[in-house]
Design a protein around this ligand. Structure first.
Ligand code: ASP
Length: 327
């Protein structure tokens, strides 16, 4: 398929679109099949060419990975972070768009926010809930909206744009298995809306934190610390924690994030195994499996630190902390 010929007025700044796969690049045998499709089939060049309205933007593009984001891994994170960092350093680049799967978007976006955290430029993730072949394909509009946000003067920080809503990376979570409007953020409404009238900003652009830097995630991907997520639930007896401590294949267990009940509370039997893990040098944090609300650390559970983050983003945070200790 031919690529669009960008029409660029004067010295317009460029947006770089980095493709990583996902349903936005997925195909199905039938246009009415919204479930039985294969993710990560179309190149990012093809996704761009399918949106004629993108021709008025000055775009560069690069295929960084091609995977279903349920299979996201450390090597792909390293590669993506390196390419984002590279393009952000180019003076002529105004912003970055990343096409990604919806399944782990909230993890990748948080990693990028913590490692690179651009203070003056936007990194805008986008995705789709329907494959590119669907009658109801949401990818083309989401891609156009993401490029619109990435081109917006003054926009900065790591965001996700889907279904006309712009979310900051912090607290981002996928909240629906099927709807097109499938994302939300804990404790935060959308940063902006994208309509055919343009970008309507609702709150401050995210970001501003000091980035940890690319070197933090430089260690060989096979040597990253093992950090697992466990859940507290009725009958949680800690056997999974004991098994993880005894596990000998691959990197040893360095950290555990517990998705606790309610206000990050833990079943007494599970808490006993977690205390044992602490004595073995494993870092243990507790957050909540509940969708909304802060974790109010009002004592209890001894040395197990309470964290007001989603379990998935807390795990990324702990990984980054442990990678720092390794260095
Ligand atoms: N499994 C897909 C992925 O995350 C789902 C999606 O993109 O919506 O890559």
């Amino acid at each position: 398929m031919n690529l669009p010929t960008p029409f660029v007025a004067g010295n317009a700044k460029r947006v770089v679109v980095l493709g990583t796969g996902g349903t936005i690049a997925g195909t199905a045998a039938s246009a009415t099949d919204a479930v039985g499709y294969t993710a990560a089939q179309r190149g990012v060049d093809v996704l761009i060419a399918a949106v004629p309205a993108l021709a008025r933007h000055a775009l560069d593009w690069e295929q960084v990975a091609q995977l279903d984001s349920k299979d996201m891994d450390f090597a792909a994170w390293q590669q993506l972070a390196a390419r984002i960092d590279h393009h952000l350093r180019r003076d002529e680049v105004q912003g970055i768009v990343v096409t990604h799967g919806t399944d782990t978007l909230e993890e990748t976006a948080w990693l990028i926010a913590r490692v690179i955290a651009p203070s003056a430029k936007p990194v805008v993730f986008t995705a789709a809930m329907r494959p590119a072949t669907s009658l109801q394909a949401d990818g083309p509009q989401n891609l156009l909206d993401a490029v619109t946000v990435a081109s917006q003067p003054g926009a900065h920080g790591v965001m996700a744009v889907l279904a006309g809503k712009v979310w900051g990376a912090a607290g981002l979570r996928k909240i629906h298995t099927y709807d097109l409007d499938a994302f939300s953020a804990v404790h935060a409404g959308p940063v902006a809306l994208v309509t055919s009238g343009g970008v309507q900003q609702l709150s401050a652009w995210p970001g501003g934190e000091k980035p940890l830097g690319l070197a933090r995630i430089a260690p060989d991907a096979t040597r990253w610390p093992r950090v697992e997520i466990v859940v507290s639930h009725a009958g949680a007896d800690g056997a999974i924690v004991d098994a993880l401590l005894a596990h000998r294949d691959g990197p040893p267990l360095r950290g555990l994030v517990v998705a606790g009940t309610g206000n990050a509370t833990l079943h007494t039997a599970l808490a006993a195994s977690l205390e044992h893990a602490l004595t073995r040098g494993v870092e243990v944090w507790r957050c909540s499996r509940v969708a909304e609300g802060p974790v109010i650390a009002a004592g209890g559970h001894g040395r197990i630190r309470a964290v007001s983050m989603t379990p998935w983003q807390a795990r990324v945070e702990m990984l980054l902390g442990l990678l720092g200790e390794n260095g």
